[in-house]
Design a protein around this ligand. Structure first.
Ligand SMILES: [Cu+2]
Length: 178
């Protein structure tokens, strides 16, 4: 009997500790670093993309056909290809990662200045002359559809990230001193 009471007390105590953060939001993590997830999005229509680039659109996440996508290059690139957080503010120590919720491969690449990426035809969408295509960086920052980049902790300051496949996919991350 005594063992059973002790056991119950232990279980209740463990539950209380486990639930504390739920009962008092933020109490357990008041000043601890946050992890922020940036979403890389697109709306590729697999059937039409497969005609020219078999397998590139690994899953349909929208209805933008390849011809429709091409038409938007003259207008700065298709708006359905974007980073959902166009700008984000972080505190020192916070982590960010990029997750590809689209159907096509993207990169999440830090650059000094926004500019061109590594796909010549898609570069028509941007006007900058700066060329950010660095093949090592490209390979090192690829985020295939359905995957996430490794978490990183940007230093205090302003950081620019863009996709080196679709160079109009951009975000600015501002980290302030905590
Ligand atoms: Cu992209």
């Amino acid at each position: 009997m005594e063992i059973s009471v002790k056991f119950k007390k232990t279980v209740y105590a463990a539950l209380a500790v486990a639930m504390l953060p739920l009962l008092v939001p933020g109490a357990a993590h008041a000043d601890s670093p946050k992890a922020r997830v940036l979403e890389l999005r697109d709306a590729c229509d697999k059937a039409s993309w497969d005609v020219e680039f078999p397998g590139l659109c690994t899953r349909s996440t929208g209805s933008v056909t390849l011809p429709e996508f091409r038409e938007e290059l003259a207008d700065g690139g298709d708006g359905a290809w974007w980073i959902r957080q166009r700008a984000i503010g972080l505190d020192q120590g916070d982590a960010i990662e990029a997750t590809n919720v689209g159907g096509i491969i993207h990169t999440f690449t830090e650059v000094d200045t926004f500019g061109k990426g590594c796909v010549e035809e898609w570069n028509k969408a941007v006007t900058e002359t700066v060329d950010n295509c660095d093949f090592g960086k490209f390979l090192g920052t690829l985020v295939p559809a359905g995957t996430s980049s490794a978490a990183q902790h940007p230093a205090v300051g302003v950081h620019k990230f863009q996709c080196l496949v679709h160079p109009w996919m951009r975000t600015t991350v501002t980290v302030k001193k905590s």
